[in-house]
Structure formats: structure tokens, C-alpha cells
Design a protein around this ligand. Structure first.
Ligand SMILES: Cc1cc2nc3c(=O)[nH]c(=O)nc-3n(C[C@H](O)[C@H](O)[C@H](O)COP(=O)(O)OP(=O)(O)OC[C@H]3O[C@@H](n4cnc5c(N)ncnc54)[C@H](O)[C@@H]3O)c2cc1C
Length: 444
């Protein structure tokens, strides 16, 4: 590729997550030329990362090759490459190998990365949970700890940083994993699971009823929420808190926050705001660049009430589809329209048989199977961008939710699969330890 601008519309999409895939689908459906660039050859589904980390799903089940997703889209070209630089003024990206791709439009959909807020040792020693590689790295670490564990008291103790949905979901799954490992006599005593958060509740974005539900469910299953506590430092063998206390642990899981993907730092001329994310106009364009859009987790997308929309799968997917529609409007000589988000609610799975959801304008609160059904509907919709067989996901998920498999944890290489029915050519190339990433951290 050269730096020359192409004849006719050519949309360069940086990032093949929920936002980028939805955008490329919308444009590809209309025969518009798209180049989708992602450092991975696959799309990954973050809401099920904790399932991979706790050996309940193989990583391949939540990662689908971009080439398979766009097989029927002749105008969508996939480039598997790291983008080193964004040149918004020239509607171009530069790849780490030096190639430059220039389009008539540029869509930035590079997602997020863990934010360690400068906590010493966190980037080096904590396990983030933002990519399938992160989840797989954590799974292997837990597995090797268990194999080496029996004589080593406390080796399986885990500290989860962050009491939001990511922290609560992984903590819930870990309590079940520990119970299963004890029941199957792989360990004699469960490791402790401590969930640390600076705030005064778990699931702060939810209602008080959901705070209580999450707290009760986690504590009943043996987790220990430690609220009003900040992390001061993470070491290889312990974590220190800001009240001077510490916990010995070799497993600190970081769900403590996120900021924009690091490639945003390479961009010139873009305004960034909260979380280092790109501030966008109501029509999702970047101020001063009418042909540059930012969508999904990488963007601060204004809501109708002046707040910023949360970093959620539905926001990412809908903003991607909206940008495709706005580009098409422009190509037809029409005006771009302000993004209208259809709020799907907020929800979290706290383990088998336990979920909370708050949906609708008045945030109607649901727990248990009803909440799970709401979760399932929303997540099947999110998965539909990458998979046509969402019924396979539905049937796996009901099975997971319903069944008490606490004593039959798939600790081996054969977890219960989602019956996607993909052929063997559709296997993604998941590289757990890249040369360019650090261990254990390394997302985006
Ligand atoms: C653990 C976890 C659980 C979650 N659970 C839920 C949930 O239950 N429900 C929900 O609605 N939302 C959930 N979310 C949020 C949701 O997953 C995100 O909002 C959504 O995936 C964002 O989509 P995106 O396309 O903006 O970014 P991403 O999906 O992160 O995609 C960004 C893409 O850009 C690529 N990329 C980044 N930088 C570069 C570069 N320099 N060069 C090349 N490629 C690059 C990445 O490889 C990636 O494929 C969860 C998030 C996490 C982390």
C-alpha cells in the first residue's frame, strides 16, 4: 500500500472488535471497499473471557477469524498487522512494518487496554483480563499453580482488583472453580478470593438491590469483598493496600479500570478526554476531521443527557453500525445523523444460577433466571456479528447456567464446547506470549 489516496470510497477500519466488525459489515453489505486492520487474525468476545480463564470454555470458542467472518464480503480486505501510528489529517494509518494505508474515511475502533493508574508493580505482576491471550495466560497460570500446589499453603489465594462487572464475574467463577477442585480432590482446601475496591459497594453502576445481591452471592460462595480499600503496590508474591496491610498472593487479577488503546497516543490532532479516549461529536466524527470517526471503547461517545455512554458491547456494536450508515448517507449526498443508542441495560453473571440485570428506561432490576435470560438475549445479539449460529451459544449458555457442574469442572483440555460447527480452517491463531507484550500484562 502507498500513501496515495484511492479513487472512490475506501474506508480504513482500525480494530476488528465489536465496533469495527459491525462497521465493516454495514459497509461491506453495500459493496463499499473496506480495509480492516487488526493485530490479531481474529475477533474476540470479551464478555466470556472469564469463562476461558477458569477453564469453562476453550479460548478458540470465543475468538473467530476475521477472514471467516468476512468470507462472503468480497469488498472487505483483512490486514493482520499492528498499527503504529494514526494520521487523522491524512486519513491514514502506518503499520509497525512501515506500510501505510490511506482511505477516503478512517474509522478508529481500537478498543481499550487495562489502566493501572500508576500502581507500582501492577503492569508487571497483575493479570489483566482484556483479551483471549490474557484469559489463556491466566488459565495456564492457575493450572500450573494447582499442579504445584498441594504442599504449598496459600499458593492458590487470589486477589481480584476492581468490584465492577469484570471483577465480580471472575470472582464468582473462581469461587466455583475452587469448589470444583476441592470436590474432585485436586486440592485439599480452596484458595481465598479477595475482591478489592476503593468504593463502598460491588457493581457500583447498578442499584442498591443489585449491590446486595452480588455481595451476598459472592460471600456465600466464599469470596471476601474488601471495600473502601485501594491497592498501593503489586509484587510477585504479595499485594499491598493503602491502609498498610498486605495479602500474600501470586495471582492478582486486574479488573481495576481501562483506558483507550495505546495507539491513540500516536495520533496527532485528535482531542482526547476521560480515559484517554477520543472525544467524538454526536454523529461520531472527530472534531475538525469530518471523515474520521471513533467508535466503541476507544471513544467518549456523548449520550443525549450530556453524559458519556459506558464502555459496553452494545454501545460498540451499535456505534459501528451507525458509522457505516453515516458514511453511506454521506456517499448518497445526505447529512450524517447523530448517534441514537438503544439502551440494552446493564447486567452481570456472578456464577451459575446467579445473574443481575437492570433494563429499560427505569432500570427494572432482575435477578436469577430472568436476569440470565436478559443477559442471554443481549449477548446472543453481540455474538451475531461474528457467528450466524447463535442458537449454539444459547444452548451452551442455558446448560452452563442450569447445571450444577461444580464437581465436574473441565480442568483438562476438554471443556464443554459451544457447538459452533466451524470447519478446521476457522481456527484462530492465538499467541499467548507475544514478543511485543509483557507477561503477564499485554492487552492492546
Ligand atoms: C472482561 C470483560 C468483560 C466484559 N463483559 C461485557 C458484558 O458482559 N457485556 C457488555 O456489553 N460488554 C462487556 N464488556 C465490554 C465490551 O466487551 C466492550 O465494550 C467491547 O468489546 C468494545 O468493543 P470495541 O470494538 O470497541 O473494542 P475491542 O473489542 O477491544 O476491539 C478492539 C480491536 O482493536 C485491535 N487493536 C487495538 N489496537 C490495535 C493496534 N495498534 N493495531 C492493530 N489492532 C489493534 C484489537 O486487537 C481488538 O481486536 C466486557 C469487557 C471486558 C474487558
Amino acid at each position: 500500500m502507498t500513501g496515495q489516496k484511492d479513487e472512490g470510497p475506501h474506508v480504513v477500519v482500525l480494530g476488528g472488535g465489536l465496533a469495527g466488525v459491525a462497521c465493516a459489515h454495514g459497509l461491506g453489505d453495500e459493496g463499499i471497499r473496506v480495509t480492516l486492520v487488526d493485530r490479531n487474525d481474529y475477533h474476540q468476545f470479551q464478555p466470556l473471557l472469564y469463562q476461558v480463564a477458569t477453564s469453562q470454555l476453550p479460548a478458540e470458542d470465543i475468538a473467530r477469524p476475521h477472514r471467516a467472518i468476512f468470507r462472503e464480503y468480497p469488498t472487505v480486505e483483512i490486514r493482520t498487522a499492528d498499527v503504529a501510528e494514526i494520521d487523522a489529517g491524512n486519513l491514514a494509518v502506518t503499520l509497525s512494518g512501515g506500510d501505510r494505508i490511506t482511505g477516503s474515511h478512517l474509522v478508529i475502533a481500537a478498543g481499550a487496554r487495562p489502566e493501572y493508574f500508576g500502581v507500582p508493580g501492577a503492569a508487571e505482576h497483575a493479570f489483566p483480563l482484556y483479551s483471549v491471550a490474557d484469559a489463556e495466560r491466566l488459565r495456564r497460570h492457575l493450572q500450573s499453580t494447582v499442579h504445584a500446589n498441594q504442599p504449598d499453603e496459600g499458593a492458590l489465594d487470589v486477589v481480584v482488583v476492581g468490584g465492577g462487572p469484570t471483577g465480580v464475574e471472575i470472582a464468582g467463577a473462581l469461587t466455583e472453580l475452587m469448589a470444583a477442585l476441592v470436590a474432585t480432590e485436586r486440592i485439599s482446601k480452596p484458595g481465598t478470593i479477595t475482591v478489592v475496591d476503593r468504593g463502598s459497594t460491588l457493581l457500583a453502576a447498578f442499584s442498591r438491590k443489585s449491590h446486595k445481591y452480588a455481595h451476598k452471592r459472592l460471600t456465600e460462595h466464599g469470596a471476601d469483598p474488601r471495600l473502601g480499600t485501594g491497592v498501593a503496590a503489586v509484587h510477585a508474591d504479595r499485594v499491598e493496600f493503602d491502609d498498610g496491610s498486605s495479602i500474600r498472593t501470586r495471582t492478582v487479577i486486574w479488573g481495576g479500570g481501562e483506558s483507550a488503546a495505546s495507539v491513540v497516543g500516536s495520533a496527532t490532532g485528535l482531542t482526547t478526554g476521560r480515559g484517554g479516549r477520543i472525544d467524538v461529536q454526536p454523529d461520531l466524527t472527530v472534531d475538525g476531521h469530518p471523515h474520521v470517526y471513533a467508535i466503541g471503547d476507544v471513544a467518549n461517545i456523548p449520550a443525549k443527557d450530556g453524559t458519556i455512554l459506558p464502555q459496553l458491547g452494545s454501545v460498540a456494536q451499535q456505534s459501528g453500525a451507525w458509522v457505516a450508515a453515516n458514511i453511506l448517507r454521506e456517499l448518497h449526498g445526505e447529512k450524517a445523523e447523530p448517534f441514537r443508542y438503544k439502551d440494552k441495560g446493564i447486567m452481570a453473571m456472578i456464577g451459575r444460577n446467579a445473574a443481575v440485570a437492570e433494563v429499560g428506561r427505569h432500570r427494572h432490576q432482575m435477578e436469577g433466571p430472568l436476569a440470565f435470560a436478559a443477559w442471554l438475549g443481549v449477548h446472543a445479539m453481540l455474538l451475531s456479528g461474528a457467528h450466524s449460529k447463535t442458537d449454539a451459544f444459547m444452548s451452551w449458555a442455558w446448560d452452563y447456567f442450569d447445571r450444577d457442574r461444580a464437581a465436574t469442572v473441565e480442568w483438562s483440555a476438554t471443556p464443554q464446547r459451544i457447538a459452533w460447527g466451524d470447519d478446521s480452517a476457522d481456527v484462530p491463531h492465538i499467541i499467548v506470549d507475544r514478543g511485543d507484550s509483557t507477561t503477564p500484562a499485554g492487552s492492546n
